[in-house]
Design a protein around this ligand. Structure first.
Ligand code: CUA
Length: 327
């Protein structure tokens, strides 16, 4: 059973483990997809009504009406001309919309980021205009509201699909290839996403969060992330830092400004600031952090982090305290 949890996602909205809303666009790219969806739905409903009526007439109509319905002109107009015109128009609309969303490399955007699909989490890199990495993060993407963000999509292992339904369309992350998708949130808020391509084991628990900020606030945040430095802290967090190295956490996880340089698992440099743990599936607090480290296999079966059942509650407490400070 997947965990049922509630995470505030902005005004009147909770992330409760259910799929993100798909017909509630929060930006221009998602908006144009939603419009196309409704037009497709309306045309399909109209065709169903017309065909249903024609069928009814064919069975139960008066002989004269049936004869008129079977006339050559009706067959040509309704059976050939109408489908050809409507389907061609929809095809052209759909293709041009797709092209406008999956922008090319030279496209102008206010921010460029790279998101890499991993089994079963998301590696996030903020890029400068030349394409060099400014800061690393995982499972949470911060963006400026009202600005176009160009997301480069890659995969570290198998095919995943990046999907934040309220901000844009769904685009595959394919090993050895780089795809692009433009996203935009009109207003500050938190928008949930989900891996949309079956990628094995805990695929359904491969969630994602996009946080849109006022542009000035976002600039401050990015500057902070780019210039991060770590001071050794006192108290139980210091004990946590010692455990982080001795228990082997640093073999898979990186914390910028410390000796922890592992790349196999999510970057933990800013884990204390994230809304969720386990890639979008748990709210982030002291208790869930302790539970996740102690036995993540019970929470997200099949994920690649081993359970650390040997750690005592005190040890888990210290580790969680240390990780909480990583902001
Ligand atoms: Cu990654 Cu499904």
């Amino acid at each position: 059973m997947s965990p049922r949890i509630s995470i505030p996602l902005g005004p009147g909205r909770l992330f409760d483990g259910s799929p993100p809303p798909v017909l509630d666009p929060a930006g221009p790219y998602a908006g144009s997809i939603t419009l196309l969806s409704w037009v497709l739905f309306a045309i399909a409903a109209l065709v169903l009504a017309v065909v249903g009526t024609a069928l009814w007439i064919a069975f139960f109509g008066k002989a004269r009406t049936r004869q008129r319905l079977g006339g050559t002109m009706v067959v040509w107009a309704g059976g050939i001309v109408f489908p050809v015109v409507v389907l061609t128009a929809l095809l052209v609309w759909g293709l041009s919309l797709t092209a406008s969303l999956s922008a090319g490399k030279g496209d102008v955007a206010d921010l460029r980021v790279r998101v890499t699909g991993e089994m079963w989490w998301w590696r996030v890199a903020y890029l400068d205009p030349r394409g060099d990495v400014i800061a690393w993060d995982a499972n949470e993407l911060h963006v400026p509201a009202g600005r176009t963000v160009l997301v480069e999509l890659e995969s570290g292992d198998v095919i995943h699909s990046f999907w934040v339904p309220r901000l844009s369309g769904k685009v595959d992350m394919i090993p050895g290839r780089r795809n692009f998708v433009k996203i935009q949130a009109d207003r500050p808020g938190v928008y949930s996403g989900q891996c949309a391509e079956y990628c094995g084991g805990p695929h359904a628990l491969m969630g994602f969060v996009v946080v849109a900020h006022e542009p000035a606030e976002f600039s401050r945040l990015l500057a902070h992330m780019a210039a991060v430095s770590r001071e050794p802290k006192g108290g139980i967090a210091a004990e946590g830092q010692r455990l982080f190295d001795s228990a082997g956490c640093s073999a898979c996880h990186r914390i910028a400004g410390t000796g922890a340089n592992g790349l196999a698992g999510p970057d933990l440099t800013f884990v204390g600031r994230r809304r969720t743990l386990g890639a979008g599936i748990l709210p982030n607090n002291r208790g869930t952090m302790m539970g996740w480290i102690g036995d993540s296999q019970a929470i997200k079966p099949g994920n690649r982090m081993p359970a650390y059942r040997v750690l005592s509650a005190d040890h888990l407490q210290s580790l969680a305290a240390y990780l909480e400070q990583q902001k």
